[in-house]
Design a binder for this molecule. Sequence first.
Ligand code: DGJ
Length: 343
Amino acid sequence: MKKKKQLFCYAIICLVITYIYSCKQIQREQTQIVSGIVWNDTDGNPINVHGGGIMFHDGTYYWYGEYKGDSTYRLHWVTTWECWRADAGGVACYSSKDLVNWKFEGVVLPSTPEDTTSDLHPSQVIERPKVIYNDKTKKFVMWMHIESPDYEKAHAGVAVSDSPTGKFTYLGSFKPNGEDSRDQTIFKDDDGKAYHIYSSEWNKTLYIGLLNDEYTQHTGKYTRNFIDQSREAPAIFKHNNKYYLITSGCTGWDPNVAECAVADSIMGEWKVIGNPCIGQDAESTYFAQSTFVLPVADKKDTYIAMFDRWNKTNLIDSRYIWLPLTFKDGKPVIEWKDSWSLD
Ligand code: DGJ
């Protein structure tokens, strides 16, 4: 009788192990990009990398983004807008060879709970980090939006690392060219020059500034673009020697209509060419906000438009919306796909 019981227990354990293993297998064999559902990493944990961007380096994609704390709260003492926020957990990194299966590489720029005076204390805000590689210094350089809890600080922060997976050393934050810096991205051009693109002047005007050779500071050369047009969430890319910039309007965590602009020079002049999104829910950007446009390596003219579908009352559960960006009549077009693959 005892032996039968033992055998039964053994069979149950085997079944459980087989089930767990097959789940992981399914996870590993992921080939489709399915926007809006929970995305798990290769360990089976939900991916936590919001407002992010991707760097391709030595055959691997590295996805950097906000590592959000798991409870969301509203700062009621901020009365001018709905200031929902989660503790800043630092900047996370995931790696992938195929853009579908993502391995968690850890929090590469951790927050500093022990230092209440630091920009990186969880009570502060760390948003929209982006990383580029400097071929001359051999450093990975991260730029991010650094904020006070009420979003009045408007600083850009910089960190560097010798490895794409960190840890990054924080160099500090400042107001570039003496002005606000909120939503932001960075762009490395084919000639090795790099630029910081950031919402400034209380988000009313978008600045584009040339970085120094180390990519760690501004050179003082910058342009003011989309003056008084209140654009944020910049996502920039280059196609056939023209620069394209997708931005959102300014409505806090709530979605609005996206806009695309084109320029022959990255410093402008920029010409607005309308909403790149088409089809159902295009007017609300599929209930999401732009964060990055990724040119897929070794696939000519293949771009992924990356968005965040913010869940303002549960920010860690904000979802990733990745859609193919194609060109029609010389203009970028993004259309909703329930499920798609890079093939
Ligand atoms: C819109 C920005 O694009 C987000 O990154 C974030 O800062 C929210 N505003 C906060 O409301």
